[in-house]
Design a protein around this ligand. Structure first.
Ligand SMILES: [Zn+2]
Length: 243
């Protein structure tokens, strides 16, 4: 299992996780299910000392926010490479990622088959050092916020593709749009009062301020990106938020 962990680390560093052969991640003489039951289910999840490590990894996500979607509440540990296919990595901390129930379910037993379809690994891919999430208000009835991946120019093509794949697989455009819609509903009364008092400039100043505060905390969080998109939209600031 240590050798398997080393192989996994090397591939992760080189960006070649999609080239790993799952046959190299079994333990001779042990059925995969037996190994997972012994090491992970009994040895970690259900054991007193192992559970401490499990809880530590679970609690490592800031704000208990799922690092895969940036929105859901952490409920479980997801095996980045599935434990049934890669049983020798079933208790490797680098392969255990905190996740919300939705992301854990959507990801399922998915295995990367090419560089572009390798999901983003929260410990290894530090994409939040750059701004990659953007959004635009779409004026339909009702208006809604369209989120999309907008990677910086200097990103490698493979990383941009992986980010788009990750974004699409977890349905993040929909997840974020629903939240953005709720945000608009929550501030509609306030915006209406501001528009009546100080016109669209007052509305925009407020939205810019809110965006700044949130983006300082999370540069690619749906909250800040929502406020930025609303502030950037003249039609919205001049009253399109009215029901
Ligand atoms: Zn999630």
């Amino acid at each position: 299992m240590e050798a398997a962990g080393e192989r996994y680390r090397q591939a992760a560093q080189q960006g070649t996780l999609h080239e790993l052969d799952s046959r190299d991640f079994t333990v001779p003489g042990l059925e995969p299910d037996d190994l997972v039951r012994w090491a992970y289910e009994n040895g970690m999840v259900a054991s007193k000392s192992g559970r401490i490590v499990y809880e530590q990894i679970l609690g490592a996500a800031p704000d208990e926010r799922c690092p895969l979607c940036g929105h859901g509440i952490v409920r479980t540990l997801d095996h980045f490479l599935p434990k049934r296919m890669f049983p020798a990595l079933c208790v490797d901390p680098l392969n255990l990622v905190p996740a919300c129930a939705d992301c854990n379910h959507i990801k399922g037993e998915r295995v990367p088959t090419e560089a572009e379809t390798t999901l983003l690994h929260p410990y290894l891919d530090h994409i939040d050092e750059d701004t990659w999430l953007d959004a635009q208000v779409v004026h339909n009835s009702p208006s809604w916020v369209n989120f999309f991946v907008s990677p910086p120019q200097d990103w490698a093509d493979a990383l941009a593709e992986r980010t788009r794949y990750h974004f699409t697989l977890f349905g993040l455009a929909k997840v974020f749009a629903v939240q953005a819609n709720r945000t608009v509903n929550n501030i509609r009364y306030q915006l209406t009062a501001m528009l009546a008092t100080g016109g669209m400039d007052m509305v925009r100043d407020y939205l810019v301020d809110e965006a700044r505060t949130r983006l300082a905390d999370r540069p690619n969080g749906w909250e800040g990106v929502t406020y930025r998109a609303l502030a950037d939209d003249d039609v919205f600031c001049s009253g399109a938020f009215a029901p």
